[in-house]
Design a protein around this ligand. Sequence first.
Ligand code: GLN
Length: 304
Amino acid sequence: MEYQQIIESIYQTIQPYAKEGQQATYIPELAKVDPDQFGMCIHTIYGETAAIEKADTRFSIQSISKVFSLAICLSIKGDELWTRIGKEPSGTAFNSLLHLELEKGKPRNPFLNSGAIVMADILLSELANPEEDFLRFVRAVAGNDTIDYNREVAASERENGYLNAAIANLLKYHNNIDNDIESVLKFYFLMCSVEMSCRELSLAFLAFANHRRKFDYADIQLTSSQVKRINAIMQTCGFYDEAGEFSYLVGLPGKSGVGGGIVAIYPLLYSVAVWSPRLNAKGNSVMGLKALELFTSETKESIF
Ligand code: GLN
């Protein structure tokens, strides 16, 4: 498949959308990023790769980090994880409190902020050195030791994270957080602040695309079934209240973040990452969504 040619032509086709949407400003540090950037990179499990534009520029992965947290939590807790977090799509925004009150502090799924805050609590309790161990895992799965947190972004979000603080308080009230709220939120924001490029993300997600290869990175092991199940949750919950739309238009399991990144996988074939900071009203990258929609249309490869 001529992936390079395909993504170059897609980049031309999506130019009319270049100024649509706005970058996230509720995290003041993210408002400083130049919104008019775009990168895309694909890796196949057979070693083919294609990349365009800012594929090597690092950006804030934000909620994409929730896939890494889920991998670690599932490897440590196994199915017991589902006693504290559900695995149903929510149809609500990433930072919603709606179901959390009705469902007595059990987040609908691990990719909502509420679910990821519970995972941050689990990781704080279970990992010997949470900050180091999380980063060690991300570096191992991406095969790159220079990947790091951006502590300014984390601090900037913490100073303005009123909604996430409300979520954490509600979780604590319902006994779904063991550690103190301040440490849990601090660690949650830190995980969101990891910076990676499209090339690094697509390489990292090959580990999820290829569930037949042994998943064993920095002492985190998953079975083939566990990897497939993480992909199932990406399919149903990866885009919050736009998960149905993403399934309909793109048709792949994936995960987005408010830094403007989206990563999607085609099981047993490829992993693709795209980045552009301007977001739609649901917090997903406008150019990123368009590029992936065209990518799965033009390659005519589909999991359906
Ligand atoms: N850190 C962000 C938040 O908690 C992550 C949200 C996202 O990327 N969708 O609001």
